[in-house]
Design a protein around this ligand. Structure first.
Ligand code: 2PG
Ligand code: MG
Length: 430
């Protein structure tokens, strides 16, 4: 299990910008490769993504991060046991020495962290989800497979001239099979495509594979159209398929107000809470993510008190997969569920720690793709299966997204009757 070499390369991500891929080779000759995504609407408290600056790729090159892996990190971890994930991640955190991985780059560190995990899993011939349970000795016995959460209309920073709010999603929960839930979600996506076409709206897709039409009159319109799409596809809204929302409110927060261009409104936090409460009362909303700004700590608890009994209130930019920020959110009762993105924090160990802290407090976890620069890496799915997440948030089209659903369906086949599906019980932590 000794690490023989660690090598990074610059590759392209889905956003036509570079990212980093790392291969870890063991003394046995077995290898593991992983790549790192990054987000278009990244929260300000996320771990640092080291980019080159300068002219190359408009400053977004990753050769510095590649160099940090090949010349600095590799020297420290060659010879270590690849199955000692926590030790390896802690070694890199110490070597970096900054609070947000600014020196070496969270992209460099996460690439190594995941490549090491892959190599060790391959050496043991163990699926990644089981490997994660083993190396962290997770006290979870059952397998509960996540439901899909599919972005089907997107706006904000993920698309041009669409809605102010970033994501309108469908959350299929009606079936006890992952494959059937994926199928129903896709059928709604296709029904939505037909409806948009009939209305003369564009069906070109945005960053995450969702539709991103201009010409939607208000931010509420997608909710009406999605409800119609659910019905037209032959499903019951709320029962078979819920609607999830990720307004990514930090992106519309300007000088203390939430700016909704579509409706020509500037709302206070209190008014924003009313705005969403109205929607929760009117539509079959299943989850609500980042409804307020990432530092609007005074108002998150008010929102969660009002809506948290009905639906999970998910922190994303608020918590950035960081156990410290999650602990603060727990103490303040700011949320009751959390979005998890490996690259927000930058190591597998810290990500799993964050999931387990959430679990301890009976918070549902949702493991998520990134908007801007995804890759073909599917580790996020194995992570979701390892920690029994309620949902995986991934777009319904584009290769780098559907590959993740394909991995989830493969795991469902592999586990067979050993696994149950979250389905309607997604709030229950098992
Ligand atoms: C989000 C994500 C993914 P980004 O806000 O949840 O959908 O977007 O990766 O751009 O931060
Ligand atoms: Mg989000």
């Amino acid at each position: 299990m000794k690490i023989k070499s660690v090598k990074a390369r610059e590759i392209l991500s889905s956003g036509s910008t570079p990212t980093i891929e790392v291969t870890c080779k063991l003394n046995s000759g077995i290898k593991g490769t992983a790549s790192v995504p990054y987000g278009a609407s990244a929260g300000i408290h996320e771990a640092f993504v080291l980019m080159d600056g300068g002219k190359r790729y408009n400053g977004k090159g990753m050769l510095k991060a590649v160099g940090n892996v090949n010349n600095i990190i590799s020297k420290k971890i060659i010879g270590l046991d690849a199955s000692k994930q926590r030790k390896i991640d802690e070694t890199m955190i110490e070597l970096d020495g900054t609070e947000n991985k600014k020196r070496l780059g969270a992209n460099a560190i996460l690439g190594v962290s995941l490549a090491v995990a892959r190599a060790a899993a391959n050496q043991k011939n163990t699926p990644m989800y089981q490997h994660i349970r083993n190396i962290f000795a997770l006290p979870i016995k059952k397998f509960i497979l996540p439901n899909p959460m599919m972005v089907i209309i997107e706006g904000g920073k993920h698309a041009d001239q669409s809605t102010d709010l970033q994501e309108y999603l469908v959350s299929p929960i009606g079936s006890k099979s992952v494959k059937e839930n994926i199928r129903s979600g896709i059928e709604v996506y296709l029904a939505l495509k037909r409806i948009l076409k009939e209305k003369g709206l564009s069906v070109n897709v945005g960053n995450e594979g969702a539709f991103a039409p201009s010409g939607l009159p208000t931010n509420e319109t997608p909710l009406k159209i999605i409800k119609e799409a659910i019905r037209k596809a032959g499903y019951k809204a709320g029962k078979d398929i819920g609607i999830s929302l990720d307004p990514a409110a930090s992106e519309i927060y300007i000088k203390g107000k939430y700016k909704l261009n579509k409706e020509n409104k500037k709302l206070s936090s209190e008014q924003m809470i009313d705005y969403f409460e109205d929607w929760v009362n009117k539509y079959p909303i299943t989850t609500l993510e980042d409804p307020l700004h990432e530092d609007d700590w005074d108002n998150w608890p008010k929102l969660t008190e009002r809506l948290g009994k009905k639906i999970p209130i998910i922190g994303d930019d608020l918590t950035v997969t960081n156990p410290k920020r999650l602990q603060k959110a727990i103490d303040l009762k700011a949320i009751n569920a959390i979005l998890i993105k490996l690259n927000q924090i930058g190591t597998l160990t810290e990500t799993v720690d964050c999931c387990m802290l959430a679990r301890k407090h009976k918070f549902m976890t949702v493991i998520s793709h990134r908007g801007g620069g995804e890759t073909n890496d599917t580790t996020m799915i194995d992570l979701a299966v390892a920690v029994n997440s309620g949902f995986v948030k991934v777009g319904p089209s584009r290769g780098e997204r559907v590959g993740k659903y394909n991995r989830l369906m493969e795991i469902e086949d592999e586990l067979g009757t050993k696994a149950k599906v979250a389905g309607k019980d997604f709030k229950k932590i098992v």
